[in-house]
Ligand binder design. Structure first.
Ligand SMILES: Cc1cc2nc3c(=O)[nH]c(=O)nc-3n(C[C@H](O)[C@H](O)[C@H](O)COP(=O)(O)O)c2cc1C
Length: 208
């Protein structure tokens, strides 16, 4: 039997905490998600929730995220059936909760959806409903030719100039597909560092 997961922003928010929403999409770089979560949880007063597309769930084990002390939210958690007026709506509650959103990695597909305003899964519904005042970082990760595709250039322009997200990377290296070039996600430790610096997070004493 699957347990019904419920999330209400008001009860999940903790005073004085930084609420980090990590979005993972269908790039191999999603494999780094458990590392990002575990590392961020080594800092004081941090809460982190992970929202994943169906494709990204192939690349890591949600149990590893749960073991680290976080949760993974999927499309099925949004569509539980039996909705009644007043029930919490997952994508709205998650965006209400977030102090910062990291889309790490951001696939070419999700990048395109953001640029076009599509909202056909939990990730993109959440992003479409997100307040423009919530800092949102995009870490593209894709094959070099996908990255160099003129459509990607245009989608990145829209995401930066119209949607006003911060785009970081990609970086150049040997890609998982065997190609060498630009397209890899920014190093996961550098992603963590962006959050640490932004919120002046302090590491827990026992993990120094
Ligand atoms: C093994 C494998 C690796 C992939 N790696 C990437 C990638 O690094 N970047 C990317 O944009 N798409 C990649 N794809 C394709 C995406 O997973 C695919 O476009 C998917 O529809 C993305 O869905 P999403 O954006 O909803 O997560 C990969 C597919 C497979 C099968």
């Amino acid at each position: 039997m699957t347990l019904l997961k419920r999330f209400v922003a008001e009860t999940e928010k903790s005073e004085g905490h930084t609420h980090i929403l990590l979005i993972t999409t269908g790039s191999v770089a999603s494999i780094k998600a458990p590392l990002i979560v575990a590392e961020l949880l080594h800092y004081q007063n941090v809460k982190i929730e992970v929202v994943s597309t169906k494709a990204s769930l192939v690349f890591f084990d949600a149990a590893d995220i749960e073991k680290a002390g976080s949760r993974v939210w999927k499309d099925e958690d949004e569509w539980t059936g039996g909705y009644r007026i007043g029930d919490p709506i997952l994508h709205i509650e998650l965006r209400r909760w977030a102090d910062i959103v990291l889309i790490a990695p951001c696939s070419a597909n999700t990048l395109s959806k953001i640029a076009h305003g599509l909202c056909d899964n939990l990730v993109t519904s959440l992003l479409r409903a997100l307040s423009p005042s919530t800092p949102t970082y995009v870490f593209p990760a894709m094959n070099t030719l996908m990255y160099e595709h003129p459509l990607t250039t245009e989608h990145l322009r829209i995401v930066k100039e119209v949607v006003k997200y911060q785009v970081v990377g990609p970086i150049g290296k040997n890609l998982a597909c065997g190609d060498v070039g630009l397209g890899a996600m920014t190093e996961w430790k550098d992603i963590v560092q962006i959050v640490v610096d932004k919120f002046s997070l302090v590491r827990k004493a026992e993990t120094r």
